[in-house]
Design a protein around this ligand. Sequence first.
Ligand code: MN
Length: 258
Amino acid sequence: MKTNRKDFIKSAALIGLGGLSMGLEAKTLFHNEAVSNSVAPNSIQQNSVAPGMGKFDLPLLGYPYNALEPYIDAKTMEIHHTKHHQAYINKLNEALEKEPTLKTMELEQILKNLALQPDSVRIALRNHGGGHWNHSFFWPLLKTNTAMGARFTKLVNDSFGSAEVFKKDFEKAAMAVFGSGWAWVILQNDKLKIVSTANQDNPLMDASVNPEYKGKPILGIDVWEHAYYLKYQNKRVDYVGAFWNVLNWDQVELNCKS
Ligand code: MN
């Protein structure tokens, strides 16, 4: 996870050569253009999205592992980040080694076009590319003591009638995921919609379970047991309830921007 000086210089040089568009694309992938105070400088984050750089690196969290206590414990965050997320990245990089032409593609483009990818790596891209994208999207969504912003509030009222109904529906969707997966809020035709996906699928993917589930991800919750088991064991309902205390509404608001 450490970015050493050499890598930093390499990243900086590539950014310089690659021009501005790469930086903008990278920021778009993460929907986090204005959270540079909560994540590392974008130049260090480049390898986490890495179009054309050959491999993906683990993005920094931008906050300490204990920052979400007591709702999400430090040990869970550390293992989730350094072991689970890293494992998706390692396996994604292995897949790219088999199909080097993919190294020039943005991860988001790969996931949106899974059907076009070579048979030899399609499942790996779906599972591990999805795993990398989903966790990279998830970490900036976690922060304590933020409040729902104006843009999201309006969308919620237009789409669900009230924040109370929205929260209840989202919790229900997170509870209804059978086995491992994610519940999401997506933007679809200017309305918010709550959907869920299995494993590491996400609403970007052409291979996702249902075309009605496709849209722009606004927020998501990881309901794999690895996200909560150390603290909550089998009580997913408590983890889902606690999620509202660590949801970074500032990031949600940014994600609502077109
Ligand atoms: Mn996870």
